[in-house]
Design a protein around this ligand. Sequence first.
Ligand SMILES: [Zn+2]
Length: 160
Amino acid sequence: MQSKENGIFSFDPASNKKRIPTIIHIVKPSEGSTANEAEGKEQNQIDVLNAAFAGNDMGFEFVLIKVETHVSQDYWNEGPLKDNMVKATREGGMETLNMWFVALDTYLGYAVFPSDTFNELDGVVNLHSTIKGGTSSPYNLGATAVHEVGHWLGLYHSTY
Ligand SMILES: [Zn+2]
């Protein structure tokens, strides 16, 4: 298993960090629904990730390049693993972090570990209310996504 630290990210000499273009997907069960607590709080999560990963020698910088909203009862209800949703909506190459905020019954979040070849399920899926400002107290500080992005980067449970 190869860590993504080994070269797929572009380096930003100005900040001395590796840039990770990040797409946040907001899934809603119906048009006009306010059920997804992450909606409108996307930048909170980027800020939490940058605070967690920039202040050490890993030097990653997350840049929110797009917020995509998907209105889909099927994705909202898909079950503990949102494979159909991820396959249908993922964008970009291996260097692009895709994060989905959606309803999850069993987990606070999960991530696909890195591999040498592109995985169509690549990305991080989070329970929407774990975002900073959500209602999943005490898991509403954005730390779930930090933990899962750590996995996505090739780190293990103990680190984050
Ligand atoms: Zn873990």
